[in-house]
Design a protein around this ligand. Sequence first.
Ligand SMILES: [Mn+2]
Length: 324
Amino acid sequence: MSTVAEVAEVVRGADALALACHHHPDGDALGSMLAMQLLCEANGKASEASWPSPWVVAPHYEFLPGLDRCIPPSEFPTDPEVLITFDLGRVERLGDLAPAAERAAQVVVLDHHPDNQRFGTHNLVDESVAATAVLVRQLADALGWSLTRDVALNLYVGLVTDTGRFRYPNTTPEVFHLAEELAEYDLPIARITRELFEKHRFQYVQLLSMALARTELDTDHGFVVAWLTQQDLEDFDVSFDETEGFIDHVRACQEADVACVLRESPGEGLRVSLRSTGSTDVAELAAHFGGGGHAFMAGFPSDRPILEVIEAIRALLPERTVPA
Ligand SMILES: [Mn+2]
């Protein structure tokens, strides 16, 4: 394990930094990486930032400052001096950027996933923090780099998405302290919330209504499950990344401890998302399928058919002795 001070030393000593986050980046991955890139820019440190193919972000992240400065994976440095990865626990999640990690002279891993495999030369992995954005804040501090409004906005996006809008069990007093500090940069909180979570095209609302109508509840296992096929996305003209927040509606179901959403990603197989509102550790559940995450929020990819995966998950859930 590396300390924040050691990572700051690596950053100070580098002429240029290559920054990368995981594929289909979420708010914490993107927010942490973009915050770091903007910090570098403000402090005269050269940097390039990217994420693996497919080279797209969900429409609700398009407003993030600095996104337009990112480069496609095809232009990413092939043998960087220092590569920093954000919000990922295993090198495979770097997709087509993984070779850069293998050839980099130094790899700094900034992450908070409990199952992080510490694949870097420097691993700043702290599972006690709510988001990787918290680590970027600490790193800026150690470097003596001041935040700007755009940096604060990106860090706030990491914090608000990884705490499920300050609702998940990782929403500690420290989270609110940092949120307060970031909000002081005159952040448009209501607009950020609307952009991230509330604004969708009418087609999405219709897709949501169809998919919620066929959602299945298994009271014996406290399990609620919904799915979106590639055909559904085509029928409603909705993109895969647009459906990231779908699980928030499914996890509203009070009869279930475990909520599951399976989504077919065009050309990439199935992405399975799990949320726990009870005592079930869904990171453990996801690990059975080669995935991982946090106890309350996890996921895994799969090449198996939707119904088969649902049955395999159900088989791992204990039957309830007391009804909900
Ligand atoms: Mn995260």
